[in-house]
Design a protein around this ligand. Structure first.
Ligand code: PA5
Length: 425
C-alpha cells in the first residue's frame, strides 16, 4: 500500500496549524457542501457505483476480448488519461496481451490519425468512444472516421455490435446517436467530471477489456477513501499531502514536479498534471504541475532541478517491488567496468539511483516528498488514484478554489470554432 514521507520543511507545528481548516473542508467534502458540490459524486463512487452496470461492463469486455484483435479507445482529457495511464502502469509499455489497445480522439494531428487509420485497415477492431458532453471536437472527428472505416469493413449491422459508448445518461450528441444506432452504452454520471471519472465506465470498460481486474481497482479505491475520510490530520496521509502542497504554494515553491522511476508510469504523471492543473489553476492561483521520469530525465532536466531557479519541489512515487527484474551478468573481460554490479539486479540499481538522487536534491535545497507504493497492481493503483483525487479536492478548497470546473478551457475553443467557421461562433 501507500506510505507518505513529507519533505523536511513540513513539521508537526505546520500540520497542526492546518488542523481546523482540514476538519472544516473534510466536512464540506463529506456533506457535499463546498464549491462545485454538484460534481462531487466521485467521492463516494467506489462504494456507490452502479453494480449492475459493472457486471455488464465485465461481460461486454469479455465479448470484446473474444471477438476482436484491437480495441480503439476514443476520448480526450478526463475521458482518456485515466484508462491510458492505468493501462501503461499495469500492462507495461510492451504489452503482449492478445487484445491490442490503441488510443485515438485525443489529438487533431493528421499524422497520428492517419497512422492509426492505416494500421486499422483490414483488422478486426472494436471502438469504445468516450465523451461526457458528446461534442468534444477531437473525439467526434476521430469517432466519425473510425465508425466510417468500421462500417465500410464489416457493414452497419456488425459495426453496431463493435461500438461501445460511454457518455451522459440523457443528453448530448453521442447519446442521441447511441439511441438511434442501439450501441451498448455506459454512463458517465452527472455529478462526476472527466478528470475524476477513472473509476466509472470511462476507466473500467477499457481496463476490463485489457484483462485488468477492475474489482481490485475499486477495492483499492474503497480502502483509500476509508483512510482519507479521517479529519485527524496526523492519521490522514492524503490530507497531509494536500496540506504540504498548500504550504509549498504559500512559501513560493510554485512548481510541483511529479517524479517516477518507471517509464510505464509517465502517463500517471500526465493524469496527475490534468487532475491538479485543471482543478486548481484558476483565479491566478495554484501550483504548476510538471513531471519527470528518472533516471532518464536526470540526464536532461537533472541539472536544472539540482542547481537552477529554486521554484520547484518534488513528489516522487517510488514503487518498491517491480513486477519483473533483470540480473546484471558477469563479463569475463569487464571492459565496461561493470563487474562490480554482477549478480545485482536492476531494481537494486534503480533504488540506489533513487536514494542517491533524493540526497543530492535535498542537499541542494529541493524539498522532496516520497510516496512509497508497495507494488504496481490494480489494487494499489486504485488506492493511488483515489488518494490524489481526494487530496486535490482538499488542496483546491484550501486555496478557496472550485476544484470541479474548468472555465479557462473554453476560451481557446471559442477562438478555434470561430476560425473553423462553426455556426454561432
Ligand atoms: O476533466 C475534464 O472535464 C475534461 O478533461 C474532459 O474530460 C475533456 O475535455 C473531455 O470532455 P468530454 O468527455 O465531454 O468529451
Amino acid at each position: 500500500m501507500l506510505n507518505l514521507r513529507l519533505n523536511k520543511l513540513i513539521n508537526e507545528g505546520i500540520l497542526k496549524s492546518y488542523e481546523k481548516d482540514v476538519i472544516r473542508i473534510n466536512k464540506m467534502i463529506m456533506d457535499k457542501s463546498g464549491q462545485g458540490n454538484d460534481y462531487i459524486g466521485w467521492a463516494d463512487w467506489p462504494t456507490n457505483y452502479d453494480k449492475e452496470e459493472l457486471e455488464r461492463i465485465k461481460k461486454d469486455a469479455q465479448y470484446v476480448r473474444d471477438h476482436f484483435d484491437i480495441l480503439v479507445v476514443c476520448g480526450i482529457g478526463g475521458s482518456y488519461l485515466g484508462a491510458r495511464s492505468a493501462l501503461d502502469a499495469l500492462k507495461g509499455l510492451r504489452s503482449d496481451d492478445k487484445l491490442e489497445i490503441i488510443f485515438m480522439g485525443q489529438t487533431f494531428s493528421p499524422n497520428y490519425v492517419a497512422q492509426v487509420m492505416n494500421y486499422l485497415k483490414g483488422k478486426k477492431f472494436a471502438i469504445n468512444v468516450i465523451s461526457k458532453s458528446g461534442t468534444t471536437t477531437e473525439t467526434s472527428i476521430s469517432f466519425r472516421l473510425l465508425k466510417e472505416l468500421l462500417e465500410s469493413q464489416v457493414g452497419k449491422e456488425e459495426a453496431r455490435k463493435a461500438i461501445f459508448a460511454t457518455t451522459d445518461k440523457e443528453k448530448g450528441a453521442l447519446k442521441t446517436l447511441c439511441n438511434i444506432e442501439g450501441y451498448a452504452t455506459y454512463v458517465l454520471p452527472n455529478d462526476i467530471g472527466g478528470r475524476y471519472s477513472v473509476f466509472t465506465a470511462v476507466g473500467t470498460f477499457p481496463l476490463a477489456c485489457a484483462g485488468i481486474n477492475v474489482d481490485d481497482l475499486l477495492k483499492g479505491a474503497i480502502k483509500s477513501r476509508e483512510d482519507a475520510q479521517s479529519s485527524s490530520l496526523k492519521d490522514n496521509q492524503c490530507y497531509q499531502y494536500a496540506v504540504m502542497r498548500d504550504y509549498m504554494y504559500r512559501h513560493n515553491k510554485l512548481v510541483e514536479m511529479y517524479v517516477t522511476y518507471e517509464p510505464q508510469m509517465s502517463q500517471i504523471s500526465e493524469w496527475l498534471k490534468q487532475l491538479f492543473g485543471e482543478s486548481e489553476g484558476k483565479e491566478h492561483k495554484g501550483l504548476y504541475p510538471s513531471s519527470a521520469t528518472f533516471s532518464t530525465d536526470l540526464h536532461s532536466l537533472g541539472q536544472f532541478i539540482q542547481d537552477g531557479t529554486p521554484l520547484l519541489f518534488e513528489t516522487i512515487i517510488n514503487v518498491l517491488e517491480p513486477e519483473q527484474d533483470i540480473l546484471i551478468p558477469h563479463d569475463k573481460d569487464d571492459l565496461d567496468g561493470l563487474n562490480y554490479l554482477e549478480g545485482k539486479n536492476l531494481a537494486f540499481v534503480n533504488q540506489k539511483a533513487f536514494e542517491g538522487t533524493l540526497k543530492a536534491h535535498e542537499d541542494g535545497g529541493v524539498p522532496c516528498n516520497v510516496i512509497y507504493l508497495d507494488k504496481l497492481d490494480a489494487y494499489n493503483l486504485g488506492y493511488l488514484f483515489y488518494f490524489f483525487m481526494r487530496a486535490c479536492a482538499m488542496s483546491a478548497y484550501l486555496l478557496d478554489i472550485n476544484p470541479f470546473n474548468q472555465p479557462g478551457v473554453e476560451i481557446y475553443k471559442k477562438n478555434m470554432f470561430h476560425l473553423l467557421g462553426k455556426k454561432g461562433y
